[in-house]
Write a protein that binds this ligand. Structure first.
Ligand SMILES: [Zn+2]
Length: 125
């Protein structure tokens, strides 16, 4: 199962950052274009976290809508469909995906401490 291997990857990242501490929250950014089923991901996480000894770790998904920059009309627009990245404005397929392909652990909470795991700046609160 696709989501199961993703969860195993998440657990690996979390474990290395937690360094043996108890993990309370794991925040993962998931782009809409990643073909990930959030419910399925959450379910797989409950299996993987127990196996990884992180029974308390809640998975928090931050869903990122897909967006494209169109080379034909210059528009930057969110796309509603996850199966097509054509420009919503003019219908052109000559687009650059600027958002929606994210999949990364952005931060974890161990005890009272928040550990930022991504090198990119992310907003909190
Ligand atoms: Zn366009």
């Amino acid at each position: 199962m696709h989501e199961l291997s993703l969860c195993q990857a998440i657990a690996g990242v979390v474990k290395s950052h937690a360094a043996g501490r108890r993990v309370d929250v794991v925040r993962v950014q998931v782009g809409a274009l990643r073909q990930v089923v959030p419910d399925s991901l959450s379910f797989c996480w409950t299996l993987v976290r127990d196996f990884a000894g992180m029974e308390d770790a809640e998975l928090e998904l931050q869903l990122v809508a897909g967006a494209v920059s169109c080379r034909s009309c210059g528009a930057e627009a969110e796309i509603a469909s996850r199966f097509s990245v054509a420009c919503p404005g003019c219908g052109s397929a000559d687009v650059e995906v600027i958002r929606g392909e994210e999949f990364m652990v952005t931060s974890i909470e161990v005890g009272e401490v928040e550990v930022v795991t991504s090198s990119k700046g992310t907003e909190h609160g």
